[in-house]
Design a protein around this ligand. Structure first.
Ligand SMILES: [Zn+2]
Ligand SMILES: [Zn+2]
Length: 154
């Protein structure tokens, strides 16, 4: 899918929701729509990114809540403990699914999962094929790149 494809979700609905979360929790973040193909979104410091390939409003708002819960855990509770108990409590309070994986695929962006034809080892999916890649298990360069759909958050 070209980068210029229109968004399948309404960014204004996401902004309105972020405004409401900010009023409630008092943590200010910068929201960006990013070219993330291998995950729904991520959070680093006060920046939250949402994938431009999210496929509907519900998925986008769930991702915003997910990432905002990480920001609240970090800035209000000084916790960067990932998807632990504190994060799950905050996520549930915000109405996010308290899971580390998203629901449903991103829009038509299959990733490539390298599988080793020598030993059968499969590797984590990646956005781009790499010519010099070798099997992590047996170092063989004989990899087969299968298209898969991801449901990962960060
Ligand atoms: Zn191998
Ligand atoms: Zn997360």
């Amino acid at each position: 899918m070209p980068k210029t494809h229109p968004l399948a979700f309404n960014p204004d609905a996401v902004s309105v929701h972020l405004h409401w979360l900010t009023l409630r929790y008092g943590i200010h973040v910068r929201l960006q729509i990013a070219n993330l193909r291998s995950r729904y979104g991520d959070q680093k410091g006060d920046r939250i990114r949402l994938s431009r390939y999210l496929s509907n409003d519900a998925q986008a708002i769930d991702t915003l809540r997910h990432e905002y819960a990480h920001a609240v855990a970090e800035f209000k509770h000084h916790s960067k403990a990932g998807h632990g108990r504190l994060w799950r409590r905050l996520a549930a309070e915000m109405g996010a699914r308290p899971r580390s994986c998203g629901q449903g695929p991103l829009l038509a962006v299959p990733l490539l999962e390298p599988a080793c034809t020598a030993c059968g080892h499969t590797h984590a999916p990646v956005a781009r094929r790499s010519r010099r890649a070798r099997c992590r298990a047996c170092r063989s360069p004989r990899l087969e790149w299968r298209a898969v759909i991801t449901t990962r958050f960060a």
